[in-house]
Design a protein around this ligand. Structure first.
Ligand SMILES: C[S@@+](CC[C@H](N)C(=O)[O-])C[C@H]1O[C@@H](n2cnc3c(N)ncnc32)[C@H](O)[C@@H]1O
Length: 735
């Protein structure tokens, strides 16, 4: 055993970079190489998984031991509760002693005792065009560049940041990027050679001055989400990739799939001799004419190809009746499913347009007999082994509606693999099977990370949009919307562009997994010590905005580990969760946050929902957990600035809540004195310490709304009333 702690440096790259082929140190142990490290911790996790108590932790994902182990990279990432979080925290705390010293002039940044920050708000949508942000999509992502401003404001290098609703783990990326001089400077800050970061401010005379406010240096991040699909992305965003090996393997897979499935994507040019390579095929649903009952392809009849538009009205090719889409009925078809050994009903479809290439030149054609024969031949092939056969949401077969996102006649598919047309099923099955078979964990995961974002794009959810430049990933987000016209891309059309972009991203951002720990279960019960976190940035689920577990189900079926829905903090009809249940779940999560945060430290909650009821639930849950809301800000899109929201019932887009966990025995004093005048003044004095004394705009002093007695009282009355009746103890175990 070797217990040396690596120096904490300013640069995120040089901090104990994992060496794939050389010795590596992890949690005080030295291993021959990274594969041996993973094997060691995998065995430890295996034995933990056999403990029934471990599996009882709230929000424990649904999956077999083997599937959880396969997805995990212990101790850095576990697709279940992470037993090593406390060890990481211990190690990271010890490493703080090695922080490099810098002189900050008059505004020396304090260590823990002297920690003082004022509430802070910045645009949470900044950086949406960044290639790193776009490397992998997810529902409501917050860009890392926006989060960086918060982390730089509230923390110092080596501090531990936590995001329990981490989604894609952008908080982790932001924490790492705080050590990247170039990226910090791209935010408009100056960075001195010793790492001091300065921001432009206006002094009392109206002059622009650069003032120090933070230090360059990576921060650590604990990332958690209930969804294994989310933590899988979060882990991959935050771990290094051997770019050359990734590129080589991805190209090998594409080539092998071409050798296997290439014949499925060939078409004869209109000259009848030259072979073209298909880019995508457009499928149209079949409808019946209300007058003569004959079948017609909507796209064939309603498309005005020349003007690139769908006609409002068109004639039935059989009887000439003038029709509109509304007047048509979808034609269904019974299909025998060899896997399920049963028949099921699907909407009938036919290929209508083929877009193909010959020597780089694009052509479009109507499928001919040869094309239709190929499609027929593919339909008779067996479903590939690697395509998941799961029933949607694992609902029982007699339950037609499997979730909130089920829709009659559209999102009414019953099983995951039913969303793929036969050819896409073959291609995706082959791609996923080949990537999953790779022994090297990091390489395999990087390849699956590349492929998992193409799953929806291979399916019947991929809309054909007449005027779109590209037909890749054209599905509607946040729903399972099955369109009447679907673009079925080839693997190359779907994946080559993404591969190029990922290679670029991986080459520019070399993440360091020693800076993160990723955990999968509910925030309400993460195996984490109390009071160990320096700052929390979080973007929670907002009521019924998004059904995460349903929307992540398809990808989780490929990963073979699923979200445990009971703990999911959402409003959902199918889960029988209304506002009250949502509020209680959010409160449990904020209790988890409260326990984890050090006293006197801050939590930033990003809020983007327009429902006042959801907004009130979040605010009350925060307060009831013990946090004190210091400031609520809304982005003024025109001015690009943030204004304090003084009316607690008004809800706008992009609100930022700044709250803190009280410090210095306030809780205990409050318990004794809450109902006395002294208790009230104690609260007011304690609270005012967290608020700015003055605010300036240019040379002018501004009113500080948070210090207005009316605003103060809207913040503290709920706390008083909650606490007078039920005082909240900070200890996790006392709940
Ligand atoms: C708004 S998303 C976060 C997206 C994230 N900001 C990003 O940039 O990708 C909210 C997340 O909360 C997760 N979630 C819901 N209930 C949870 C719970 N009880 N514990 C932990 N995570 C939960 C969902 O799975 C979802 O990924």
């Amino acid at each position: 055993m070797n217990s040396e702690h690596p120096q904490l440096t300013l640069d995120h790259h040089s901090d104990t970079e994992a060496k794939v082929n050389g010795p590596v140190t992890c949690l005080g142990l030295t291993f021959e190489n990274d594969a041996v490290r993973r094997a060691h911790f995998t065995e430890e996790l295996r034995s933990r998984l056999q403990d029934p108590e471990f599996r009882k932790i709230e929000g424990f994902p649904i999956g077999s031991d083997e599937d959880i182990l396969n997805l995990s990279d212990p101790p850095y990432y576990t697709a279940c509760p992470n037993p090593w979080i406390a060890d990481f925290i211990d190690e990271w705390e010890a490493q703080k002693k090695n922080r490099p010293s810098t002189s900050l002039g008059e505004r020396t940044l304090s260590e823990v005792e002297g920690y003082h920050r004022e509430p802070f708000a910045a645009d949470v949508s900044e950086g949406k065009n960044d290639p790193i942000y776009n490397a992998h999509s997810y529902h409501t992502k917050v860009p890392h560049k926006a989060i960086m401003r918060y982390i730089l404001h509230y923390t110092e290098p080596g501090d531990i940041v936590f995001d329990g609703f981490c989604g894609t783990g952008m908080t982790g990326v932001a924490a790492q990027m705080c050590g990247d001089r170039e990226v910090v400077m791209s935010l408009g800050y100056q960075v001195k050679p010793d790492g001091i970061i300065l921001q432009e401010e206006t002094d009392e005379d109206g002059k622009k001055v650069w003032r120090p406010f933070s230090k360059l240096g990576a921060r650590r991040a604990v990332l958690n989400d209930l969804s294994p699909a989310a933590t899988f992305i979060a882990y991959n965003y935050n771990t290094p990739v051997d770019v050359a090996a990734f590129e080589k393997e991805a190209k090998r897979i594409l080539k092998e799939v071409e050798e296997e499935c290439g014949w499925m994507y060939e078409t004869l040019h209109t000259d009848g001799k030259t072979k073209g390579k298909i880019n995508y095929t457009v499928w149209s649903e079949i409808f019946s004419c209300p007058n003569c009952a004959s079948e017609l392809s909507f796209l064939d009849e309603a498309l005005d190809a020349q003007n690139k538009q769908v006609l409002e009205s068109f004639s039935c090719p059989s009887c000439g009746t003038v029709l509109s889409k509304k007047s048509l009925e979808k034609v269904e078809q019974m299909v025998f499913d060899k896997k399920l050994n049963t028949t099921f009903t699907i909407n009938k479809r036919k290929p209508s347009i083929i877009v193909y290439e010959i020597q780089g030149k694009k052509f479009e054609k109507v499928p001919d007999a040869n094309d239709l024969n190929i499609v027929e031949k593919i339909s008779s092939l067996d479903i590939p082994e690697s395509l998941p056969l799961d029933r949607m949401m694992h609902a029982s077969m007699d339950m037609e509606k499997w979730g909130d996102k089920w829709r009659a006649g559209s999102a009414s598919f019953t099983h995951v693999y039913h969303i793929f047309l036969p050819r896409a099923a073959q291609a995706l099955g082959s791609l996923w099977g080949k990537a999953s078979a790779i022994d090297d964990y990091e390489l395999r995961n990087a390849l699956l990370y590349w492929l998992d974002q193409s799953i929806w794009g291979f399916s019947i959810l991929n809309r054909y949009r007449l005027r779109a430049y590209s037909h890749v990933n054209q599905y509607l987000t946040g729903v399972y919307y099955v369109p009447s016209q679907t673009a079925e891309p080839t693997p190359w059309y779907n994946l080559e562009g993404k591969l190029k972009r990922l290679i670029k991203v991986f080459s520019h951002f070399s993440a360091n997994k020693n800076l993160i720990a990723v955990n999968t279960n509910s925030i309400s019960n993460i195996p984490m010590p109390n009071e160990c976190i320096d700052y929390i940035f979080t973007d929670p689920p907002f009521g019924d905005n998004l059904a995460y577990s349903e929307l992540n189900f398809i990808v989780e079926a490929f990963l073979k580990v699923f979200t445990e829905q009971k703990s999911e903090a959402v409003i959902s009809k199918s889960q029988r969760k209304e506002l009250l249940q949502y509020y209680n779940l959010m409160k449990d999560c904020f209790y988890g946050y409260y326990d984890a945060l050090k006293p006197g430290r801050w939590i930033t909650v990003e809020f983007s929902n327009t429902k006042a009821s959801v907004w009130n639930s979040i605010q009350t849950a925060l307060t009831e957990a013990g946090f004190i809301v210091a400031n609520v800000s809304a982005l003024d899109k025109k001015q690009g600035s943030f204004n304090a929201v003084t009316n607690t019932t008004s809800v706008k887009q992009d609100l930022v809540i700044s709250a803190y966990k009280p410090n210095g025995g306030f809780e205990e004093r409050f318990q004794k004195e809450a109902q006395t005048e002294e208790g009230v003044w104690d609260f007011v004095h304690t609270h005012l310490k967290y608020l700015p004394v003055t605010k300036q705009q240019g040379a002018l002093l501004q009113f500080v709304p948070e210090r207005d007695p009316r605003i103060c009282s809207t913040r503290w009355w709920p706390i008083m009333s909650v606490r007078v009746t039920s005082f909240r103890s900070p200890a996790r175990n006392s709940r």
